[in-house]
Structures are given as structure tokens and as C-alpha cells.
Design a binder for this molecule. Sequence first.
Ligand code: NAD
Length: 480
Amino acid sequence: MSEPATLADYSTLLDRVVAPEGEGREILDAATRQVIGRVPVQTAEELNAAVARAKAAQPGWEALGHEKRIELLLAAADAIDANAEALARILSREQGKPLNGPNARFEVGACSAWLRSNAATVLEPEVIVDDENLHAELIYKAVGVVGAISPWNWPMMISIWQIGPSLRMGNTVVIKPSSNTPLSVLALISVINEVLPPDVLIGVSGPGSIGGRLAAHPDVAKVMFTGSTEVGRKIIESSAGNLARLTLELGGNDAGVVLPGTDAKAIAQDLFWGAFINTGQTCAALKRLYVHDSVYDEVVDALAEIAAQTPMGPGLDEDNVLGPVQNKEQFDIVKGLVEDAKTHGGRVVVGGEPAPELGELFYKATIVADVTDGVALVDEEQFGPVLPVIRYSDVDDAFARANAADVGLGSSVWSSDPEEARRHATRMQAGTVWINSHGGLHPMVPFGGTKSSGYGMEFGVEGLKSVALPQVVSGPGRKG
Ligand code: NAD
């Protein structure tokens, strides 16, 4: 196979996906608010045509077999690596996340890493019964056309989580990126499509209503949705029509509990990045932290010190590791929640206000102490660079409060004695509980939510199952 092409640079790659002058919709750089380019706004007819093309391409893609698809997924990963810097720059400008830190370059790297893992993961047939009378196996086939709908916070990586396993199992994919970050995903698709056969992977950019049409389309057999709980509910309703199978990765309000006597300094960095990764705009970020009275002040002070020192600014500046809030709507939510917390006893230890000197959508990394449950900043998902720290004195009470939320995506327990943390871990009502860290993901370790954070699992073998159609093959046993 030939070497993947390195597309010249950021502008060349961007030119391949933007709408012609005068068409489409302007997309702004999240940090500078300058126009990056125009993105196509596609119609319902164009969506229907995309699904029809994906449907027509699916049998041929499935017929290629696992080995050929593995080869093509690996070639797609190589193509991403070869174009990593251009992709990271588009992502950084459109989403706002800095190039460095656990941000844009990291995200592009995760895309190729996940594709390689999808290629390497094998979903074996399962022999369920094998006796004298019966041999029954469960095998996994392609579902058909997968409709993927992705959010704006990790637009490339989350799209890959949807695309990679789907393609691996022989499905074709029509993906609608968030209208806040379509260029990033269209650029990624353009790079991947350098190596894939036509119509196996199609991007359709447009507003939420196009996502609604995709989810309800009669020829879509499976919907992979990542986004808010509110839109997730609409997807469930739309699946009443086409009976599409659903994977719903929805919102979270992840709690962390720091147990009594924990060494604050030892955990402070990991706590900080658990909460502030991607400037807090991460589904499974730490969003409310319960800290035992015995170490409360030390933890608050250590977090505040890191927050004050961590460089924030435009993403293309190599020094920054925190960026803006991606869009004005989310910025207003973050600002409103902090203002509300201030009027409900919240003590701003650091930050607590916008940083207009950096740009319109920058909000300072903020630690709010002395808030408690019942205050909106604790009860609701802030999805921004703000962490409320709640004091507790009774461990059982802390877990009860952590579990009181109607969502349950990630969670964490922190202690200088990891075994003690492990003993408490499963008390958390969440899809994942991390010990002495928060938010770390691995392509082989299943990830998914509970309660209103959704259902279905991604990654690893479980992830392949979720984009496959199980079929039972039942025949005579050994004596037959
Ligand atoms: P969102 O629900 O507003 O949008 C997600 C996607 O759905 C976008 O592509 C949007 O255009 C589309 N959409 C909007 N209306 C639709 C409709 N009626 N039918 C179909 N599609 C529609 O979410 P967002 O603001 O992009 O992302 C932030 C939210 O996503 C947060 O709540 C966050 O916690 C959650 N999230 C969850 C995970 C996870 O893995 N569980 C990961 C990332 C983000």
C-alpha cells in the first residue's frame, strides 16, 4: 500500500471541506472570534441522498471481510498521523482547545490510536451450548447503516469512537457533527476518506434538525449519539419509528469523593486535570468534588494554586494549556452558575469571572468553595472551567450526596490508601469509578453511562458488540 498523503498544511486541508464563497455558514475561531471559513449547511434532501449512498455501499463494505477492513482502518490511522498537525490546528481554532496539554494534538493522536485499537480488536463468535443434542453459537454481523451524531467538546475523538467500531464491523456510517464544530470533523473525514472506498463514511453538516432526521431515517439501523440528555431523549422518541438500536452517551455531573486523611498535595494535580481537562468541557470530567473536613482546606488551596498558575489563552499559542469556552451559549451557562453560587454562599477562591483581556469567551479557571448540594453549580452540569468543592464530615453522607444526581457517567474516589478507596468505589452509581484519577479512558476498557447519562457501551469488545447484529446459529449437537 502506498504511503498516506500529507496534505500540505492547515489551509489546504480546510479548503477541501469549506463551502464555496457565499454559501453555507460562517464558523468562528473560538479564541479570536475571527472567521475561519464557511461550512456547508446541508438539506434534508442531501441527508436522504447520503443515507441512500451509504446504504448502497454497505453490502460491498461488509463483503470485504474483516481482514481487508482492518487493513483499511490501519491505513486511515496512518493518514491521520500523516496529517496530524493540520488537523490539530483546525481543531484548535474551531473548538478552542490549545495545541498542547491534553488538548488538540492529544485528541488527534487519540483518533489514530482508537482506530488502531478498533482494527486490532476481535469479536469472536460465542459458543453458547455445545453438547450431544445442540450446538448453538452467537455470531456478530453488520447492522447496516449507522447514523452517528457527535458533540462539540471532543469533536474528532468522539466521532472516531462512533466511526471506528462501526466500520470495523462492516457497517457504513453517515455522521452529523455538532454545528459548533463541523469543520474539524469534516476535515478528519476528508483525511480518512483518502483511503476508504467511496460512500463508506459520509459527513453531513447541518443543524440539530438534520441530526433528528438522520436518527429517524428508515434506512438507519443503529444510532450512535453523544450529546446532551435532552437531545438523547428525542433520539429515543425517534427510534420508535425506525426501531434503530441506540447507544446514548449523554451528559454527566461526575462526583469525586476525597476520603478522610488524604494527602492533598499528592492528589492535587490529578484532581485539577480530572476537572479542567479541555477547559472543563468534557463529559466525564470531575464536576463536583466532595472533600472530607479533615483535608478540606488543604485540597481547596492546592487546587486554587494550580488553577492560578495554569496558562490560559488562544490555542495556537504553544504556551497555553487552557482555552476559551467553545461557544457563547455555554459561556453564559458557566458565568450564570458561578454568579448564582456567589449569591448562595459560594466562596470564589480563584477566578470567578470572565477574562475579556484574553478574548470574548474566556472564563478564568475557577474554584468555588463552601457551596453545597441544592446550589445549581453543584446540581447541574457546568461544562466549563469551574469546580465546586463541597465539604463533608460523614463518609456515608458524601456518597449519598454524590449519588443523588439523576446522572451517572463517571465518578472517582480519592485516598492515600488506594485499597481503602477501592473498598468504597462500587458505592458510586456511575458507569465508571476511577481510583485516584478521573476521566482516563482506554480503547479496550468499556465506557458508558447509567441513569440519565445514557445506555450502551463503547470501546473494546463491548463497543464492537454495540454496532453489530447478534445472530444465533443453532444446529445438531455432537451426536447428530
Ligand atoms: P447537544 O445534545 O446539544 O448536541 C449533540 C449533537 O446532537 C449535535 O451534533 C447536535 O447538532 C445534535 N442535535 C441537536 N438537536 C438534535 C435533535 N433534535 N436530534 C438529533 N440530533 C440533534 O450536545 P452538545 O452541546 O454538543 O454536547 C454537550 C453535551 O454532551 C454535554 O451534556 C456533555 O456532557 C455531553 N457529552 C457526553 C459524552 C459522553 O460520552 N457521555 C461525551 C461528550 C459530551
